[in-house]
Design a protein around this ligand. Structure first.
Ligand code: SF4
Ligand code: SF4
Length: 110
């Protein structure tokens, strides 16, 4: 296992279910998503099944389309401002009808 990473589905959802279960409190809130501190994560995996939108992955298993989030996660802890601007740009580029929070809503209703 490797450290865990929060990918795009968390953006704008921010359910925080993962935060509750992390034994070392290494999941931090950002403006548009949560971030796992890779230097503090003990790779226990407790957070992964808790995420209602399946945003959390072992760093070795991040889907290719979200590969950039592994670097984003680490970057947040050294340059928060630039990283949040990058995430905001990613969010703005998403199709508004296919934003993660809308995906969750449709999951709930169907
Ligand atoms: S549980 Fe999932 S959506 Fe919620 S904050 Fe954690 S990673 Fe984001
Ligand atoms: S894998 Fe464990 S230590 Fe790492 S963020 Fe998830 S709950 Fe926290």
């Amino acid at each position: 296992m490797a450290v865990f990473v929060i990918a795009e589905p968390c953006v704008a959802v921010k359910d925080a279910a993962c935060v509750e279960v992390c034994p070392v409190d290494c999941i931090y809130e950002g403006a548009d998503k949560y971030y796992i501190n890779p230097d503090e994560c003990i790779e226990c995996g407790a957070c992964e099944p808790e995420c209602p939108v399946d945003a959390i992955f072992d760093a070795d298993s991040v889907p290719a389309e979200w590969a950039q989030f592994t670097g984003i996660e680490r970057a947040f802890f050294s340059d928060k401002e630039a990283t949040e601007a990058q995430v905001k740009a990613i969010m703005d580029s998403l199709d508004p009808t296919n934003r993660p929070n809308d995906r969750r809503r449709s999951d709930v209703h169907h």
